[in-house]
Write a new protein. Sequence first.
Length: 275
Amino acid sequence: MTTSNPLKETTGTIVLAGAGKMGGAMLTGWLSQGLDAKRVAVIEPYPSAEISALTPKGLRLNPAAKEIGAADTLVVALKPQSFREAGPDLKRFAGPATLVVSIMAGMPIAAIAQACGGSVVRAMPNTPAAIGCGITVAVAANNVSAAQRGVADALLRATGSVEWVDDESLMDAVTAVSGSGPAYIFLLAEELARAGVAAGLPQELATKLARETVAGSGELLRRSSEASATLRQNVTSPGGTTAAALEVLMGPDGLQSLMTRAVAAATKRSRELAK
């Protein structure tokens, strides 16, 4: 029994504007799932060696707009600040029927449509996309057809799971939770290692313990059907060492308060990027 590949079933030229870490991760995901490199054109003034190495396979790197014309799909993987300058140039690759998929933080659908035209899907992936374990949340403009939404879903799903929302105003909080979230987890590993050193562990051992504990716990959480609170409780014996630590972390000025303030700050900044 053969399984269909939605990505391979898409047609037409895909222009990827921006091939940095996230754009490059998406491209890697597309190609690993069987997308023909000949269908992709990359607009990137400073391409990595990995991107340049794909040109013998047919990938078009920084082609002139007249060579491409209006692409079937334009994926915008630029920083919002760069988009304000590059947006008008990208319009040359987009026609009325072009699907425009943006993964820019804070940039609203209206601004993308004004700059590029086409039918816009706004999406927010996160950096685990680099290993195919990302999660992306997407919202579509009213003029995005069911077929275009399917193309966008296939492109985004190449780097992990995808959730769709109908309310664009949720995207700022999405950016704060999952878009920026990996940095919070990395900080947890960083500070857990630092605390281990303060408690007397050698630096190398403390770092390994912190990294493996965070990574292993994340994988356990991913595989388990139980709520994170239940998994936490399963580790916590009454009056034990974990309970003593959680009294600090769950206190009035503990992790809940800190995380609420952190997500609120990131949400606020996401909204500011749209201005």
